[in-house]
Design a protein around this ligand. Structure first.
Ligand SMILES: NC(=O)c1ccc[n+]([C@@H]2O[C@H](COP(=O)([O-])OP(=O)(O)OC[C@H]3O[C@@H](n4cnc5c(N)ncnc54)[C@H](O)[C@@H]3O)[C@@H](O)[C@H]2O)c1
Ligand SMILES: N[C@@H](CCO)C(=O)O
Ligand code: NA
Length: 440
């Protein structure tokens, strides 16, 4: 008696842009290996596109595979891969796919951060898988390690560089000394930044990824809108120079922290530029690379590093999900569903604690340093270092000094009250900049 040949796994691909075309190519080129790893043939039954007339002859795919009817395509697949992006129609298509019994794979962080629970509920109702490794940090395996490998540990903190565009811009500002606008223009010319770079430079993309990371790490529903967000458009060449003077670099960080304090248990999730010491592992993340640093109770510190974007790297994560999901189809069973049992409160930014670098333009006369120190003391913010620099010429003729204060850890609310007091002080001409200092 011979074994029945395994039934093919029918895969539908939605979107054939940067990621979709790389996924299609890998699906076809690696078909024999995928078949062996899955235990059944993996058959690309259709690719939904918006512009069917576009020349796609470079792809090793039968032209009859392309369709403009994504809604119909999702009804005849075992696995649907969504790489269209945006909220709708991606959401409707994924919901319809699951309602028709398909498992789904998506790279769509915006949709997951906006409405992940609806997708999870649909996956549960249909008894199918919902996988999305590509949605955070592209090729880097980070979601499966948090969702599965660390499921027995207690994750305390996730600290990551999860946006390649902003890392590229900040890295170039660091090495060239150039300003933000000039560097973004250069990044656009090199294809690193989009024509409209808002989602990246204002931190929306990183905030969506932070929400996904925090949800998985802390078994709590966190939406993109819950994440405190500050982008990099206000980071100046002077900020970068100030970081250099402290032997630090500026990075856009996504920070997810489990906190236990007088206000009770909760989590802080925030995205903002911060100085980190050059000796910190994240400081060596250059160009458009991503890295995620995870701290868990028993595991200690772990670091994940690699390419966070690009067609092939992102397709690698999609195909990894595909093999996992297809194996479930062959052997039966499902991967993990949503885990939101901890239901921790997402605390306001005021409760988060970090160190701060504050640059002040002050009058150079007796008692000024004491008044500045008093503003910190009054709000219970402890000073770690103070550096004073006297500029060669003061434009006004008035004697001025530049004071750089670095604090010990303080809450954001205490720090912002201190900054308000400094701004109102007659001794302080200007609060030149305030930047958080992480990783030390
Ligand atoms: N590019 C990356 O490096 C990267 C990395 C990680 C995650 N992602 C995510 O992957 C997804 C796709 O990104 P991308 O860079 O490939 O974008 P893209 O713009 O290159 O491709 C999207 C494609 O979807 C098509 N499309 C739009 N609406 C459609 C519809 N209704 N039916 C069929 N096709 C439709 C578009 O015409 C386009 O070709 C996004 O969610 C993105 O956030 C991208
Ligand atoms: N725009 C993102 C890539 C997709 O997540 C980045 O710059 O990292
Ligand atoms: Na990933």
């Amino acid at each position: 008696m011979t074994d029945e040949p395994a039934k093919p796994i029918r895969v539908a691909l939605l979107g054939c842009g940067v990621v979709g075309s790389a996924v299609a190519r890998m699906l076809v080129t690696n078909a024999a290996d995928l078949r062996a790893r899955v235990g059944a043939p993996v058959e690309l039954v259709g690719i939904a596109v918006r512009r069917p007339a576009k020349d796609r002859t470079d792809l090793p795919v039968d032209p009859a595979t392309f369709t403009t009817d994504a809604a119909e395509l999702v009804t005849r697949a075992d696995i649907v891969i969504e790489v269209i992006g945006g909220i709708d129609p991606a959401r409707e298509l994924l919901l319809s796919a699951m309602a028709h019994g398909a498992s789904v794979i998506t790279a769509n962080k915006a949709l997951l951060a906006e409405d992940g629970p609806t997708l999870y509920a649909a996956a549960d109702a249909a008894g199918v898988d919902l996988y999305y490794e590509a949605a955070v940090a592209g090729a880097i395996p980070i979601l499966r390690p948090i969702r599965e490998s660390l499921a027995g540990d207690d994750v305390r903190k996730v600290l990551g560089i999860v946006n390649g565009t902003t890392n590229f811009v900040l890295d170039k500002m660091d090495t060239s000394g150039a300003g933000f606008e000039e560097t973004v223009t250069q990044a656009q010319a090199l294809g690193y930044a989009e024509a409209d770079p808002t989602a990246d430079v204002e931190g929306f993309d990183a905030a969506a990824k932070a929400a996904i990371l925090a949800s998985l790490a802390f078994h709590t529903r966190v939406r993109g809108a819950d994440v405190f967000r500050e982008g990099i458009s206000d980071v100046t060449a002077a900020d970068i120079a100030a970081a250099k003077a402290m032997d630090c670099v500026v990075k856009l960080l996504a920070i997810c922290e489990r906190t236990t304090g007088p206000d009770g248990d909760g989590i802080n999730v925030r995205v903002h530029p911060a100085m980190i010491p050059r000796s910190h592992p994240l400081a060596s993340v250059r160009d458009a690379y991503n890295a995620v640093f995870v701290e868990a109770q028993a595991a200690g510190q772990l670091m994940f590093y690699g390419r966070g974007a690009g067609g092939d790297p992102t397709a690698s994560a999609v195909l990894g999900d595909l093999v996992a999901v297809a194996r479930h189809r062959v052997a039966g069973g499902r991967g993990p569903g949503e885990s939101a049992y901890a239901d921790l409160p997402v605390l306001g930014i005021g409760t988060s604690t970090t160190r701060y670098h504050i640059s002040l333009d002050v009058e150079d006369r007796p008692g000024v340093l004491a008044q500045v120190a008093q503003a910190f003391a009054a709000h219970d913010v402890s000073i770690e270092t103070v550096r004073q620099h006297i500029p060669a010429n003061s434009a006004t003729g008035q004697a001025h000094a530049n004071l750089v204060v670095v604090t010990h850890r303080a809450t954001e609310s205490a720090l912002s009250a201190t900054v308000d007091a400094l701004a109102a002080s007659p001794s302080v001409a200007e609060v030149v900049s305030v930047m958080r200092v992480e990783g030390a």
